[in-house]
Ligand binder design. Structure first.
Ligand SMILES: C[S@@+](CC[C@H](N)C(=O)[O-])C[C@H]1O[C@@H](n2cnc3c(N)ncnc32)[C@H](O)[C@@H]1O
Length: 227
């Protein structure tokens, strides 16, 4: 079944408490090389000022471990991170500053703002790890990965782009599989078949570890957008 993307949110608002170091980071480091904002227009202008052949998206980066690892493994790519939760953004900024990374731009908000903006640069890679599984049947419609979402990605990615999803929820994995079956924009593949430069060795995140501790099996999806 197709769900309207905008009317149902895939995330919940949470007021996280920030340490004073995190608060300082948010106020001091709003500049173009090291940047996070909740203002979409500002984010957009900042992205447009940067030139990068490769733009990778980390959608729902949580506290940013994967985002940071991507930036380290692909220093020539511009990594755009999307996460509505301020505490995750602040946590991530502290790390980015410590490591001196300058190829990450963060939008503290919904990735749909970027994906629905047809005047923005297209991305060439999408990473979505441990997206909220919304395990109750009445909440399935809140899952981020749906057929209309895949369609939107197909429109907003360069031909041949790679998407990589991982989930520890079997039911969400089945749902994602059925979404791929229903659409014909992407071709599923496996890690072993990826060229070396696309074999991102992702770190184990807090959410993944929680799933492993619960005995959940991790399912990975690799798919290329048809050229
Ligand atoms: C379960 S967490 C996983 C975080 C991280 N990827 C990890 O593996 O630790 C999922 C995150 O996706 C974010 N999220 C959900 N819908 C989103 C959207 N439409 N745009 C941006 N982030 C979203 C949520 O706020 C949440 O922090």
């Amino acid at each position: 079944m197709n769900y309207p993307l905008r009317s149902i949110k895939s995330w919940v608002s949470r007021i996280g408490s920030l340490s004073s170091l995190q608060k300082n980071m948010l106020t001091q480091y709003m500049n173009i090389r090291f940047f996070a904002t909740g203002d979409y227009e500002l984010f957009k202008q900042t992205v447009l000022l940067r030139s990068a052949e490769k733009i990778f998206l980390d959608i729902g980066f949580g506290d940013g471990l994967t985002l940071i690892t991507l930036a380290q493994q692909y220093p020539d790519a511009l990594i755009l991170g999307f996460e509505p939760h301020l505490s995750g953004v602040a946590h991530c900024l502290v790390k980015i500053k410590e490591l001196g990374l300058d190829n990450i731009l963060i939008f503290q908000g919904d990735v749909l703002d970027y994906l629905e903006d047809r005047t923005m640069h297209k991305a060439s890679r999408v990473h979505i790890y441990f997206s909220d599984p919304w395990p109750k049947v009445r909440h399935y419609k809140r899952r981020l990965i749906q057929v209309p979402f895949l369609k939107l990605l197909a429109e907003r990615l360069m031909p041949g782009s790679l998407i990589h999803f991982a989930t520890d929820w079997q039911n969400y994995a089945q749902h994602i599989t059925s979404c791929f079956v229903e659409q014909d924009d992407f071709v599923l593949t496996s890690f072993e078949q990826l060229p070396i430069q696309d074999q991102f060795k992702r770190p184990v995140t807090k959410y993944e570890q929680r799933g492993i501790n619960l005995g959940h099996t991790i399912t990975e999806f690799y798919a290329y957008l048809k050229s």
